[in-house]
Design a protein. Structure first.
Length: 88
């Protein structure tokens, strides 16, 4: 299920710059999704789906927003490194 949400922002002209309606709305949506992803409130797969991009295309976007592509605790990383590699 999806819900349409309308948000009103009051921003100075110099902050908005040349951004127009749909472009500005897309950037706000992107930033919101990246914030949810950073806070572990959304999976990478769901973030990609909501933004209409592939997981591969999501990674550069995450980098641009400073969201770690691999976000494991030290224990999780150690566990992953101990697993044997799959054979092709």
């Amino acid at each position: 299920m999806t819900r349409q949400v309308h948000v009103t922002l009051e921003l100075p002209d110099e902050v908005v710059g040349q951004e127009q309606g749909e472009t500005l709305a897309a950037h706000v949506k992107e930033a919101f999704i990246m914030a949810l992803l950073r806070e572990h409130r959304l999976s990478q797969g769901k973030a990609a789906e909501v933004l209409g991009v592939s997981r591969t295309d999501l990674f550069p976007l995450m980098t641009r927003y400073g969201v770690p592509v691999i976000d494991l605790t030290p224990d999780e990383l150690a566990s992953e490194l101990r697993k044997p590699l799959p054979h092709p």
